[in-house]
Design a binder for this molecule. Structure first.
Ligand SMILES: NC(=O)c1ccc[n+]([C@@H]2O[C@H](COP(=O)([O-])OP(=O)(O)OC[C@H]3O[C@@H](n4cnc5c(N)ncnc54)[C@H](OP(=O)(O)O)[C@@H]3O)[C@@H](O)[C@H]2O)c1
Length: 230
């Protein structure tokens, strides 16, 4: 599949790019700047010489993609998405963005009026700005460094979105990440829970070291749970 990653120059974007390219996908490395996209694609090719990485500015990337991933800080959403909306109509649009702030006591999930558009999840804001796209929230809780190193993640990925077909597409794609299992967690209305949970993951990493991930147990009819991270 042709996967565009807006912010494919960043930490999580490069991690997802390497893992999906290693699984045989064509990765369009999106950026606000062609130069930064070129540099990131070059670095990705050094890390994975067999990978198919095509650098583009975000707008061209949106047009070329079959599926796209928003991997930018939440503060950039309201400026970044509108010029991409037409090109994303009808396409699955995954968002990994989390609205977090960092205080002396640790990472905090932003709530209430401080959130974009007066209290919505990043996923909702993206859906409002790209109304014809099939927005799905996923990969919010995964560690960028482990993805970049292509470590076995041993992680569950919670997937929420309005369209079941879009959720199923992302769940299938998730199987291409090493040691990850996608789980259908229902409608986009719950996106804020997934996004906010990342603050807890960051705080646990800080307190105990390592790269925490989420694992759900007790699901009798789900695909087999991922084996532990290594
Ligand atoms: N890092 C992690 O471990 C991790 C894990 C899970 C989820 N996330 C989420 O993934 C998203 C990206 O995280 P990251 O750590 O990869 O961030 P990052 O490295 O700081 O930024 C990613 C890319 O976003 C673009 N960008 C930066 N500011 C922007 C703005 N104001 N408007 C539009 N684009 C902007 C930049 O690309 P260009 O300058 O090339 O356009 C940058 O390379 C965040 O929302 C974060 O919450 C991160």
């Amino acid at each position: 599949m042709k996967i565009a990653i807006f912010g494919g120059t960043g930490d999580l974007g490069r991690g997802l790019a390497i893992c999906f390219a290693a699984a045989g996908h064509e990765i369009i490395v999106g950026s606000r700047s062609q130069e930064r996209a070129d540099q990131a694609a070059e670095g990705l090719r050094e890390a994975l010489p067999d990978g198919n990485f095509v650098p583009m500015e975000n707008v061209a990337a949106a047009s070329a993609a079959e599926l796209a991933i928003v991997s930018i800080p939440w503060e950039g959403i309201e400026q970044t998405i509108p010029p991409l909306a037409d090109a994303l109509a009808g396409k699955v649009l995954v968002t990994v963005a989390n609205a977090l702030k960092f205080g002396k006591s640790g990472a905090i999930a932003i709530q209430g009026d401080e959130l974009p558009a007066g209290g919505q999840s990043c996923a909702h804001v993206i859906q409002d700005l790209a109304p014809e796209a099939k927005v799905v929230v996923a990969y919010n809780n995964l560690p960028a460094a482990a993805l970049q190193a292509r470590h076995h993640l041993g992680a569950d990925v919670l997937v929420c979105g309005k369209s079941k077909e879009a959720r199923d597409t992302v769940i299938a794609l998730t199987n291409d990440l090493p040691g990850a299992r996608g789980l259908d967690a229902g409608p986009l209305a719950n996106a804020l829970i997934i996004e906010g949970f990342t603050a807890l993951v960051i705080n646990m990493n800080k307190r105990y070291g390592g790269e925490a991930s989420l694992v759900i147990t007790g699901l009798e009819n789900a695909p087999a749970a991922p084996t532990a991270a290594h």
